[in-house]
Design a protein around this ligand. Sequence first.
Ligand SMILES: *Cc1c(COP(=O)(O)O)cnc(C)c1O
Length: 387
Amino acid sequence: MGNMKRTIYADNAATTKLCDEAYEAMQPYFKEIYANPSQSYAAGTIAKRGLNDARRVIAESLSAYDREIIFTSGGSEADNLALIGVTDACRDKGRHLITTDIEHKAVLETAKYLERNGVRVTYVHVGPDGRVNPEDIERAICDDTVLISVMTANNETGTIQPIEEIGKIAKAHGVLFHTDAVQAYGKMELNPDKMNIDLLSASAHKFNGPRGTGFLYVKRGTPIGSFIHGGSQEYGLRAGTENVPGIVGMATAAKVSVDKMAERAEYEDMLTKRLHDGVMKRLAGVNVNGNFERRLPGVINLSFAGVEGESLLIALDMKGICVSTGSACVMSTDSPSHVITAITGDEERARQSIRFSLSHENTVEDVDYIIDALCESVEYLRRIREQ
Ligand SMILES: *Cc1c(COP(=O)(O)O)cnc(C)c1O
């Protein structure tokens, strides 16, 4: 974002900037180590080594086995593979899936696809703080339930879900548990074995890796089918010549994120609280969406009474600030965020919501600039509305 006057990127839940370490690590894999890793000649073996090393780094970040990491084209594919792959492999055991109504579209739309194909789906509601009650998950379990899918942390509010409790419940009932950890990976400790997680999705571009690369952790022994048929790559679960540069970049970014996790979390949390306090001090009619205590360190979602989130987004954009209305849709004619609507039961409040997602690259000055710009814009938009 070089030649613009001042750009403050505060939309890191949408995507992040590639880190220098990942960029450097990827370079040789474009034009030097380009052989197909499936070939057994020396050049192929070198590419294969890059792939294996990357798999080990990702596996170690989760205290998992290498064999449990399946590389995919990103978070959406990992979610699709988990839901479709498991319901397919377990079709003789049952045809019931449990998820929540605040999942990412990659899970929700896959669940709808499965419904069209004979799978029953229960969408568990979350509480007003955006957290799902584990007891509600337990109550939804039937004899034929094969999979529970609950995200680790929500992408619109940053709210962290009680996944350890859900993992225990799933295990006690002999039901598999998938978690979409796309927002959480690299931001909080994740140990699938300890947390009774059978499947976990992540995506490189959400933790300063390249776009178009991700992975699905699949606990050893988990029944799962494949829906990309062809070669035997990724233990037969995902055919297709591997994106070696992307995978190497992802592993490098993963290592940096995990190594610096604690220090970045503390810093991002400080920035987020500064933003929250600064706005609350100067503006009335502001509500936090989601649970402000249990959230990812850099994410906060606010609703501004009397202000369209879409108008506020444009006003902030004119001041060089990149934020999001939370939902992927940009036209105000589209329906507002399904997440904020589900949490608050209030479509108007959902329309008034803005997500700020800060990173370790943001500064205190950035936050103070955002506070000023935000307060001026909200006051202006409220004023012209009254006229
Ligand atoms: C971004 C995101 C996805 C999709 O990941 P892609 O790599 O962009 O396909 C899925 N789930 C959540 C929670 C996300 O934030």
